[in-house]
Design a protein around this ligand. Structure first.
Ligand code: ZN
Length: 217
């Protein structure tokens, strides 16, 4: 979650649904279950984490779906009542039926990609229109994958989503385990690597990196 006052908090992705604790195969579908067995320790669902932070769901200004992989949208129903759910138009248009079905009952607002100053293709969205948060198209893992660039006091923090699974992804140029386009994934990783070396890059954070801890910038 990115906390930016007074513009409103932005939550990136939903994590696993609590349903994976009792019946994971039904909860994520047999295909996904063949590939991964979800683990959701007590207190770690998005509902539980927001509750622990005393953060009512309706106060979330945006829930950004970085991409439509099941581990990123499975818990979406725990967030019913958030103000706006957004996903790139490219990702939404390419989503499979079972992925869209997970969002049933939730109004999703797909956003078009426009020219921005950052990213491997310089496409995305200036979320608040003031350059404080850029949603950046970083394709390769999926076609419409979005990373998030946040302006902080002394520079930028880049949330690299699944374009990179952890820090060694861009330091050693290791592609994500699953890609929709290897070449594009490499180009994206190269951009992340270059961005990480900028003097005004305060941090690059990957979604799945076990070393990531809560921090203020
Ligand atoms: Zn993914």
């Amino acid at each position: 979650m990115i906390r930016i006052s007074p513009k409103g908090d932005i939550l990136i992705d939903t994590g696993w649904s609590e349903a994976v604790r009792s019946d994971p195969e039904t909860a994520i579908g047999p295909y996904a279950y063949r590939i991964c067995h979800p683990l959701l320790p007590p207190g770690q669902s998005i509902r539980e984490q927001l509750e622990a932070k005393n953060k009512p769901v309706h106060q979330l200004r945006y829930v950004l779906i970085s991409h439509m992989d099941v581990d990123h949208i499975s818990g979406i129903h725990h967030l019913e009542g958030a103000q706006s759910f957004i996903v790139s138009e490219l990702e939404w248009n390419g989503a499979k039926g079972h992925q869209r079905a997970r969002c049933q009952g939730i109004t999703i607002h797909p956003f078009p990609l426009k020219p921005i100053p950052f990213g491997p293709l310089k496409l995305g969205k200036d979320l608040y229109g003031d350059g404080s948060i850029y949603l950046i198209l970083t394709p390769g893992h999926t076609d419409g994958l979005i990373s998030v660039l946040v302006r902080v006091q002394d520079g930028w923090v880049l949330l690299a989503s699944d374009a990179a699974y952890s820090r060694i992804s861009w330091s050693e140029m290791i592609l994500p385990g699953y890609t929709s386009d290897d070449e594009m994934a490499f180009q994206t990783l190269q951009w992340i690597c270059e961005f990480s070396q900028r003097e005004d890059c305060i941090a690059v954070i990957a979604n799945h990196d076990p070393l990531v801890k809560e921090a203020s910038f």
